[in-house]
Design a protein. Structure first.
Length: 460
């Protein structure tokens, strides 16, 4: 704030006020020193720039003299910072217009590859003649806040990726790509636990384009880790994540030559858990030496659990689909159609085979009980006996059902069914199969007629 503005904010001093001589004797140097002292207490950085927007003075809380001297004489856009909520062109236009700015966020990567985030605020300065002299301002470190925001977005993105995926392979590839792109890893691989073999085996991967990454993944397909061997094996054994800044210098790395050939250095390996059990291991690699990121190490527990729950659920769904497919195949081989009824004995589904075998009756049976359908051979007494059997939740076999097709020809079906109960033993309905026995019955009848005719010929 300019000195004239600070002075105008003060109350007038009376002539007998003892503090008046002290106020009057206070020079601009002392006022400026007090201003800088307050500014230094208000932020992590206090800085000043000249009319060309080059740093002329700076104070860094907890920083070294080298850190300060490295920026003197440079503009902000010459420091290698990346603007996050705007562009340098937009920022320079604002400075050229001599406008104040606040909460301008920048990202800086140091020589060790670590990310730093700052929020800076500045106001233009003018001399007593109103001539623009530069800018002064404050900067605050917001790295922890930004990293927390990044990791929260990563968790949400991972959750969305697994939710939208239609298979385990698609979900794993999407998650690996998400983590790689969000955290700047060149390659990611997932190794699943093979319980029968007692080893970790390659399952899925994603990498940035490059022949060295393709070879690295191809080598990984042939590798199996046992507990305690290699980074993946150690993570599987311990159940804890592991970060290695440079795998080319770590004795725990197995088959190090493969990583060296691909130019890999940094590695982050963590378990994928579900139900308190490790079901796989995710490994991410970088071509740069990377120091551990504690925030990512903490967040990865949530991400690993998300992936683990999804993988287990999808694997269970796939097992169920395979079981249902086997069931359908067996049903098709042993019968002509499959059907299900609810607890009121009304049809809830019939297989497509029914339409092919008996014509367009599929939709006409849904929602109806069997005795509500046209039948030629069942009497009321027959249906009463059948209903009593169903109410007793007993299985039945070879119930014959006679009907006329659209051409008026007789069709005969043999129906068998079993009651269905849920996990708590409550009755849910019936399921069963049907077979078209029209031809076999005609053959039986023809055989009977033939035998009868033979008997008559013998009598003659």
């Amino acid at each position: 704030m300019p000195a004239r503005m600070r002075q105008s904010a003060r109350p007038r001093q009376k002539g007998n006020d003892r503090a008046a001589p002290k106020q009057a004797s206070e020079g601009p140097g002392e006022s400026e020193a007090r201003f800088r002292a307050i500014a230094e207490l208000s932020g992590d950085w206090y800085w000043e720039q000249d009319a060309s927007h080059r740093f002329t003075w700076a104070f860094v809380r907890g920083g070294s003299a080298g850190a300060v001297s490295s920026i003197i004489g440079k503009t902000r856009w010459e420091l290698g910072e990346q603007p996050l909520n705007g562009t340098w062109e937009e920022h320079r236009r604002l400075l050229d217009a001599r406008q104040p700015f606040s909460d301008f966020h920048v990202r800086l990567v140091d020589e060790n590859g670590a990310e730093h985030f700052f929020s800076t605020t500045g106001v233009p300065t003018f001399d007593s003649a109103g001539i623009f002299t530069g800018y002064r301002g404050l900067a605050r470190r917001i790295t922890q806040r930004k990293r927390a925001e990044q990791l929260l977005r990563l968790e949400h993105t991972v959750a969305r990726s697994v939710t939208e995926a239609d298979s385990v392979a698609a979900a794993l590839k999407a998650v690996i790509r998400t983590v790689c792109e969000a955290q700047d890893w060149e390659c990611g691989r997932f190794f699943r636990v093979d319980d029968e073999a007692g080893a970790l085996r390659f399952a899925e991967a994603w990498s940035k384009p490059g022949p060295q990454f393709d070879r690295y993944i191809e080598h990984s397909r042939k590798v199996a880790y046992i507990p305690g061997v290699g980074l993946a094996g150690k993570v599987w054994q311990s159940g804890e994540p592991m970060w290695v800044a440079d795998i080319t210098r770590d004795a725990r790395v197995w088959q190090q030559a493969i990583a060296v050939e691909a130019g890999m250095h940094g590695a982050f390996v963590f378990p994928v858990n579900s139900g308190g059990k490790t079901i796989g291991v995710l490994a991410f690699n970088s071509t740069e030496i990377r120091e551990p990121d504690e925030h990512l190490m903490q967040a990865i527990h949530v991400i690993g659990a998300q992936i683990g729950q999804f993988v287990q659920r999808k694997q269970a769904e796939e097992v169920l689909r395979e079981s249902e497919e086997r069931f359908r195949n067996l049903t098709e081989l042993s019968s002509d159609w499959y059907w299900e009824q609810d607890e009121n004995f009304r049809f809830t589904m019939v297989s497509d085979n029914l339409h092919r075998r008996l014509g367009p009756v599929t939709q006409s049976v849904i929602g109806k009980a069997r005795w509500e359908l046209p039948t030629l051979n069942m009497t009321e007494a027959d249906w009463a006996a059948h209903r009593a059997l169903l109410k007793a939740h007993q299985p039945f076999r070879d119930l014959q059902w006679h009907r006329l097709d659209n051409a008026g020809k007789l069709q005969i079906a043999s129906i068998s069914g079993k009651p269905i109960f849920d996990s708590e033993g409550r009755f849910c309905g019936y399921r069963g199969i049907g077979r078209d026995i029209t031809e076999s019955r005609r053959s039986e009848e023809a055989l009977l007629r033939f035998r009868a005719s033979m008997d008559m010929s013998d009598d003659m």
